[in-house]
Each structure stands twice: as C-alpha cells, then as structure tokens.
Design a binder for this molecule. Structure first.
Ligand code: NAD
Ligand code: MG
Length: 486
C-alpha cells in the first residue's frame, strides 16, 4: 500500500506554508510514472523568506544561539529516536518517491540513525586551543558556527544526504535552508516535522522545495547565506562554486560524482570479487556516486571473470521496488532513464561488446536491464562519463603500474577499489590511486566514522568522520594582554 503523504508545503520558521507564487509541481512514482503528490514550488521569494527566518534564528540572542551545545546534541539524539519510531514509514516514503528497492531503503533509512547519533555526539566536543605565544599575552581559539547554511540535496539517497548535511550543520549551531531535489521532495519534509517535534526552535531548519535553476540559484547567490553544501553532478557543482563567490564569499562543500575504478588482480578470490563488483555498480540501479563504473580486470583472468560477471548480471531480479525479493528497481525519472539508454547506445556505437542487457524493460515506469559491456577502452564515452545507471563496463589490463595510471587518468577522484590477496599490491594501489575513498577486498563500505569525499572534480571537503563539523565552523583567535610578572 502507498504510504500516506502528510506534508507537501514549504517549511519555514517551523510552519507549513504555500509558496508565495502559489505554484506547485508534481512528483512521480518511478515505478509507473503516476503522480504521487503535488508539492509547493518555492523560488527566489520563498528562499528570501527562509533565509530571513534562518538569520533570525542565528541572532546572538536567539534561543538556538543561547542553547548549551550539549542540549543541541540532545535534541539531535531525540531526532534519531523519532526517526527510529517512524522508520517503517520513512522507508516506504523514500522507496515510493525515489524508486529505491525496499531492501536497500531499509538499509539506508534503518542505518541513518547511526549517522545522526554519531554527529549529534560531536555537538559538545567542538573546542579550540590555548596557545603559548611570545610576549606578554595569552591566546586561545574559539570555533564558532559560520551562520546560515544553504544545503542543496540530490535525489539518489535523499534521507542520508539530508542527515549528513542538516545534522552536521545543526551540531555546530548553524541554521539552515534546505533545497531538496525536485525528483524527491517528500522525505525532507517528513524529517523537518520530526526535527520540530524533537525541539529544534523555529527558523533553525527551513525547507524550500523547487527547481535548481530557480530556488537553487537563489540560494547559492543569496548574500546572507554564509555557506553552501551541495551533493549532485560535477557540472552543477562548478556552477555552485562560481555562484558562491558572486555576491559574498560563501564557504563551499561539494560532494560530486565519480567514475570510480575497481581493479581485479589475477590473484583475487573471484567468488568474492564478482559479486562485489556487480553490487558496486548495480546496487540502487547504479545511481550512487561511488558506483564501480570502470571495472579493470587483469588479463590472465579476464575471460573467466567476464563470463562470471555476465552470469551474475543475468541473475539480478528487476521489478517493483516494493517486492522484498527484487534487487533492482526503476531509474528515478524518465529523463535519467533516457540518459542512461543514450550512454548504452553510445557504448555500442563506439565498439564496446554488449554481452547482456542494454534495453528498457516494458514501457511503464523507468526500468533498464542490468547491462554488461566488455572490451571497453579508456577513450570510450562509457569509460569517461558518469552514467548513473545499471551499466557495468569491463576493461582489460596487464600490470599494476599500468592500471594505476589508467585509473588516475580522469578528472574524477571519488572512490576506488582493488581485489587482491597480495598486501603489497593493495598498499601500493591505495597509496597511488587518486581517490578520496579506497577499498581493499570490499566495496561501497561507508560509515558515520569514516570521512567521505572526493579528490579533483569529485568535490571539495569531507562529510562524516570526527572532522565533519569543521566546514561549518570559523576559527577565531583571541589574544589577551597578560603581563608575565604580577
Ligand atoms: P543536479 O546536480 O542537476 O542536481 C542536484 C541538486 O542541485 C538538485 O537539488 C537540483 O535542483 C540542484 N541544482 C541544479 N542546478 C542548480 C543550480 N544551477 N544551482 C543550484 N542548485 C542546482 O543533478 P541531477 O540533474 O539530479 O543529476 C544529474 C547527474 O548528477 C546524474 O546523472 C549523476 O551523474 C549526478 N548525480 C550525482 C550524485 C552524487 O551523489 N554525487 C547525486 C545525484 C546525481
Ligand atoms: Mg538536473
């Protein structure tokens, strides 16, 4: 049964409001294309209201600024308790709006409270230093929240992205205006209601749904926004970095895409490597930024591996995301499905060998067959651009030195992996590969304790880990005259 849609308006100053223009937009089910809700569409005027509310909540005399840091942590922990209470509903809503298969949604949404609790626990551990200085003085540093943060979310894992950004900003004492992705506007609203219930004062969290070109652009250009954190495409990430310097100088954190290389050495255990490589690119329909979308297999085992990879892909069950036995659901929207299908056509045209899949399934919803290309070479489009779909591209290599250089020959640098039983190979690869996250004999392993982010065009800054609060803080150095002698 479809989950009840409780919230469709904008959330400003802890109230549900229509957009100033009165405009709305539709969000559709990726499973069958039907309209599942009509949502208030915010633009510049609504962003202005939301930023005003967030500024008021950031005033030095506001309830939020006067609150003890430990209390901020307690409110966020209460938020985690409420997410636990509503986990079944949130899981269904995430799956319904996004097309995420229910088993994956259970893992993402069920696991998200670990992230909330970890980040919440940092709220009262943000501290500066005392510094011995030359001369008659005493110095110390304060770490203070940067101010109003604009948080722009992608559609691929909406709840986790919301938590990574919103909870981190709140742990530091910042206030926020969130612009969820237009494809998946619903779960952010449900989470905002839970933050209010947990005791977050008015104006601290504001949600403005709408399009990137209107609401997103207004947020990134707003002179009273001190910081932008964005997850999405590298293309938009570059626009955001420019916008962030246009009126004031905003701090920027960017989590962008990838073209992540996964290396299979000929000494690897194929019983482990084949399913990890498949899951690394087919999980969540390939719509994950760390997808293993360049699979390099060493020449001695290449034919054997390709055969096993094709068999694995053929065994993937595609269908209704609500079915708990299904592995792969629909792409998020028609436009994204068509983009993936165009990449598949391009792959065929440029001479990659299509071994299974390659087509849309049916004509209802946005389903694509699990697709495997072999004999891909580095110059092909499917080896260079982020596909964000269920497409495995297999490339052949001979030596470790060669594959490290080929792995690094991209502007991206988000994740990388290697399967090998040789510890030297693993360590050499981990040292030299240009990626923010590296896995050895595993893939897609993430956690609240682990810093996450990219090298090169894959982003700026890191989320998660003990230092996740730093991008939301300013360091203030205070020096007090203190004569050495009494
Ligand atoms: P996108 O980058 O266009 O959108 C992401 C978010 O940014 C959305 O909320 C969108 O409304 C907003 N946005 C778009 N243009 C903006 C602008 N000029 N100023 C401010 N905000 C703006 O991503 P998409 O169109 O949803 O997906 C396109 C591609 O992005 C995908 O095919 C995939 O390659 C990549 N992607 C990566 C991730 C990731 O986790 N790194 C997530 C989603 C998509
Ligand atoms: Mg877009």
């Amino acid at each position: 049964m479809a989950p009840q849609i409780k919230y469709t308006k904008l959330f400003i100053d802890n109230e549900w409001v229509d957009s100033k223009s009165g405009k709305t937009f539709e969000t559709r089910s990726p499973h069958d294309g039907s309209v599942i809700a009509t949502v208030a569409e915010g633009d510049k005027a609504d962003i202005d209201e939301a930023v005003k509310a967030a500024r008021r909540a950031f005033h030095r005399n506001s309830e939020w600024r006067l609150m003890d840091a430990s209390q901020r942590g307690r409110i966020l922990t209460k938020f985690a308790d409420l997410v636990d209470r509503d986990v079944e509903y949130l899981t269904k809503l995430e799956s319904y709006d996004n097309g995420m298969v229910i088993s994956i949604a259970q893992r993402f949404v069920g696991g998200v409270t670990k992230f909330i609790r970890y980040i919440a626990s940092l709220a009262d551990k943000i501290q500066g230093d005392t510094i011995p200085v030359d001369g008659d003085a005493f110095s110390y540093t304060l770490k203070q929240p940067v101010g109003v943060c604009g948080l722009i979310l992608p559609w691929n894992v909406p709840i986790l992205m919301f938590v990574n950004k919103v909870v981190t900003a709140l742990a530091t004492g910042c206030t926020v205006v969130v612009k969820p992705a237009e494809q998946t506007p619903l779960t952010a609203l449900a989470l905002a209601a839970l933050l209010k219930e947990a005791g977050v004062p008015k104006g601290v969290v504001n949600i403005v749904n709408g399009y990137g070109e209107t609401a997103g652009v207004a947020l990134t250009h707003h002179p009273h926004v001190a910081k932008i954190s964005f997850t999405g495409s590298a293309e938009v990430g570059k626009l955001i970095q420019q916008a962030a310097g246009s009126r004031n100088l905003k701090r920027v954190t960017l989590e962008l895409g990838g073209k992540s290389p996964l290396i299979i050495m000929d000494d690897a255990d194929l019983n482990i490597a084949v399913p990890f490589a498949a899951n690394g690119v087919f999980a969540h329909q390939g719509q994950i930024c760390i997808a293993a979308s360049r699979l390099y297999v060493q020449s001695n085992i290449y034919d054997k591996f390709v055969e096993a990879a094709v068999n694995f892909a053929k065994g993937i069950k595609v269908g209704d995301p609500n079915d708990p036995t299904v592995h792969q659901g629909p792409q998020v929207e028609e436009e994204m499905m068509n983009k993936v299908l165009r990449y598949i056509e391009q792959g065929k045209k440029e001479g990659a060998k299509l071994l299974t899949g390659g087509k849309r399934i049916g004509n209802r919803g946005y389903y694509i067959e699990p697709t495997v290309f072999a004999d891909v070479d580095d110059e092909m489009t499917i080896a260079k651009e982020e596909i964000f779909g269920p497409v495995q591209s297999i490339l052949k290599f001979d030596t470790l030195e060669e594959v490290i250089d080929r792995a690094n020959d991209t502007n991206y640098g988000l994740a990388a992996g290697i399967f090998t039983t040789n510890v030297n190979t693993a360590l050499q690869f981990s040292k030299h590969v240009e990626a923010g996250v590296v896995w050895v004999n595993t893939y897609l392993y993430t956690g609240a304790q682990l810093p996450f982010g990219g090298f090169k065009d894959s982003g700026l800054g890191r989320e998660n880990g003990m230092n996740c609060v730093d991008p939301y803080l300013e360091v203030k150095t205070v020096t007090v005259a203190l004569p050495k002698k009494l």
